[in-house]
Design a protein around this ligand. Sequence first.
Ligand code: PAF
Length: 283
Amino acid sequence: METVTTLADLRLAVDELRGGGATLALVPTMGALHEGHLTLMHEAAKHADHVIASIFVNPRQFGPNEDLDAYPRQMAEDSAKLAAEGVALLWAPTVEAMYPQGYATNISVAGVSGGLCGGNRPGHFDGVATVVCKLFNQVRPDMAFFGEKDWQQLAVIRRMARDLDLVLPRVEAIHGVPTVREADGLAMSSRNVYLSPAQREQARAIPESLATAKAMLGEGKAWAEIRAAAEAVLLGNGFASVDYFDLRDADSLELLASDNGKARLFAAARIGGTRLIDNVAVT
Ligand code: PAF
């Protein structure tokens, strides 16, 4: 696997990989790779001739009091995992290469960026949309792969691709890959490493709260009762606070009070200093 850190080297490497018309898949990441990321690489390899991964801890998507400095960085380990997965090229730009002196452009996607994580993390999705648009323009992949654990992020990226008429990847070629879970149901996340053993044990309350809500929806219970029961599962199992527990339309992300046939449940809650998110389809 080749690793490139400058745009000039990336362009040369991408041209070489494209060779006689080979197709390219991009899997953007912030590193600290776990089984969920490797599943994205694996899915990408099923669809394209070559997989390109990027690792870039994007400062623009972290708020002033968030974990930018603490965010796990383990380039050597990540690089070995990607090579073992058969990834052809790793794009690992520095902050200066991504945002050179004088950088001034921001992409803001209205609507789907509001509420959920957008409500708790102002500016977060501007940072995501901006860096993903740049990554798309830098690599010009035929397709791209993202985890469904960050469902709202996927909605923001698809909206941006539609609104900006992105040619590569076309919006239809932006794939969401189902969340990979630990044995007890906890969604895999790079932030799970922040959890103490006791917190890790309690963190299973996130998927449990979603399962409780899903079962109650199936029983036809009222949404207020469902939300209260789900929050009780979280707060009764060591979570300090619940940022949101919502039922929303899977595409528009509009709030719902009952299943509309394409509803999803979304949860974000804090345990110790760590904020965990998850979501599931209702049907
Ligand atoms: O999901 C992530 O790891 C990041 O938000 C992404 C898409 C790589 C953009 O920095």
